[in-house]
Ligand binder design. Structure first.
Ligand SMILES: NC(=O)C1=CN([C@@H]2O[C@H](COP(=O)(O)OP(=O)(O)OC[C@H]3O[C@@H](n4cnc5c(N)ncnc54)[C@H](O)[C@@H]3O)[C@@H](O)[C@H]2O)C=CC1
Ligand SMILES: O=C(O)CCC(=O)C(=O)O
Length: 445
């Protein structure tokens, strides 16, 4: 049995019931086979076995009181996966589907993504099964305070730096930062990223994941002699990543014709009006179906999956994991999709990814294509350390260059390992090699 098969078997045995974690490990390890073959020293140093085992897993009770005075209990997680190249770094997800397997898949992905940014950040992720939907501001604040009352002792600007993810945006980061400052009795600006601009946040962090996704896909299209100009685009999600991907791709001359949330999707053949989406999602925190009240020519459909039946040139899944499966991948290919850019983490199943690659669809894999968010978080950490702030233009230019570099690294590794044009494998290999070298240098730790 090959090393990869042995490790996969071990991962499934040791982590029962964690399907998303198994999926993420399988996708990465299988694509690493040629790199592992070329570097037997990594196998000898036990790097593959150590890579799939988190350095530390923290799980805790989060008690809080709702507006009616009733006590509530949620579960909190922080998985500190790998610190070979820098402090643990990765977001916090608040969603009822969260359990250990989700946080482990996200933390595992983060190792390679953070390596690809070229910046000194290790991999981690956290969150809770708390559902922010329908909660008042006061409930959100009490939950965030309780969550941080435990988490604060495990994080620090040189140890572990959380940020946002699904269900965690500037409001939640603000409440958590306030509580960290209170219980730690210390103003440690670099302990969280995605902060508000009045207390150490970076310009462009809000836009970074969505903009970065478009910069990456722009490079990928250019390498195949095409561009966004005149293309039709479907984006799943209507949150932070989806909104700013929509903004940038529209600036590049493409037309976004459909977006969704977890209830349903809208199709607007005239091009989605992003001001309306921002008002509904960022200000009113309402459902996407409100859109048709503002734009009666648009159509709303219940259920989210149907969005992948909308014919488009470019698909940008930017909502959640396993959004595109083999069946929907086939629909997209039948409808002539040219490229898929993964804004979300693991939005395509492994079967869907394989199908796209077999059918000549260009795939910008999540670890590379959505790395702009965490890269800009690292730029926020740099500004916090220097006690300086860069302008919007400066940060945006750095982000753009980082995405150009990430694409070049994925392209080069794919070619070097005999899989030209396969940016999924290229990104995994390029991200892996740096972490593996660092782990080898550190000895067996
Ligand atoms: N915010 C960031 O900087 C980064 C986020 N990501 C990933 O991007 C994805 C979206 O994250 P954000 O936009 O930050 O979150 P968000 O909370 O701002 O938005 C999430 C969006 O996805 C939709 N959604 C969630 N679950 C869904 C489901 N089951 N079906 C359909 N729609 C669903 C929600 O309705 C919402 O519109 C996630 O996979 C996240 O891990 C990746 C890199 C960085
Ligand atoms: O900015 C960060 O640290 C969080 C980014 C993140 O969670 C992700 O890349 O999935």
């Amino acid at each position: 049995m090959s090393v990869v098969e042995q490790v996969l078997e071990q991962v499934k045995k040791r982590n029962p019931g964690e399907a998303e974690f198994h999926q993420a490990v399988e996708e990465v390890l299988r694509s690493l086979e040629p790199a592992i073959e070329k570097h037997p020293e990594f196998v000898e140093a036990g790097i593959i076995d150590r890579l799939v085992e988190p350095e530390r897993v923290i799980m805790f009770r989060v008690p809080w009181v709702d507006d009616s005075g009733k006590p509530q209990v949620n579960r909190g997680f922080r998985v500190q996966f790998n610190s070979a190249i820098g402090p643990y770094k990765g977001g916090l997800r608040f969603h009822p589907s969260v359990y250990l397997g989700i946080i482990k898949f996200l933390g595992f992905e983060q190792i390679f993504k953070n390596s690809l940014t070229g910046l000194p950040i290790g991999g981690g992720k956290g969150g809770s099964d708390f559902d922010p939907k329908g909660k008042s501001d006061a409930e959100i604040m009490r939950f965030c305070q309780s969550f941080m009352t435990e988490l604060y002792r495990h994080i620090g600007q040189d140890l572990d730096v959380p940020a946002g993810d699904i269900g965690v945006g500037a409001r939640e980061i603000g409440y958590m930062f306030g509580q960290f400052k209170r219980v730690k009795n210390q103003y440690e600006a670099g302990v969280l990223t995605g902060k508000g601009l009045t207390y150490g946040g970076s310009l462009v962090r809000k836009e970074a994941t969505g903009y970065g996704l478009i910069y990456f896909v722009r490079e990928m299209l250019a390498a195949h002699n095409t561009s966004f100009e005149g293309k039709s685009v479907v984006i799943s999600g209507a949150g932070n990543v989806a909104i700013y991907a929509c903004e940038k791709v529209t600036q590049y001359g493409a037309k976004v014709i459909a977006m969704c949330d977890s209830s349903g999707y809208i199709v607007d053949e005239n091009g989605i009006n992003l001001d309306t989406i921002k008002q509904i999602k960022e200000v009113e925190r309402k459902r996407i179906k409100e859109y048709v009240n503002h734009h009666p020519e648009a159509k709303y459909f219940e259920g989210q999956q149907g969005i992948w039946g909308v014919k488009c040139d470019i698909a940008l899944p930017s909502a959640t994991q396993n959004d595109i499966n083999l069946e929907t991948a086939k629909k997209l290919v039948d409808n002539g999709v040219l490229a898929v850019g993964e804004g979300a983490n693991m939005p395509c199943t492994n079967e869907a990814l394989e199908y796209f690659l077999e059918n000549g669809v260009l795939v910008g894999p999540a670890k590379a294509a959505n790395a702009g968010g965490v890269a800009t978080s690292a730029l926020e950490m740099s500004q916090n350390s220097m006690r300086l702030s860069w302008t919007f233009e400066e940060v945006d230019a750095k982000l753009d260059q980082i995405m150009v570099n990430i694409f070049a690294a994925a392209q080069k590794a794919a070619k070097e390992y005999g899989m030209e044009g396969n940016y999924v494998a290229g990104a995994n290999i390029a991200g892996f090699l740096k972490v593996a070298e660092a782990m080898k240098a550190h000895g067996i730790v």
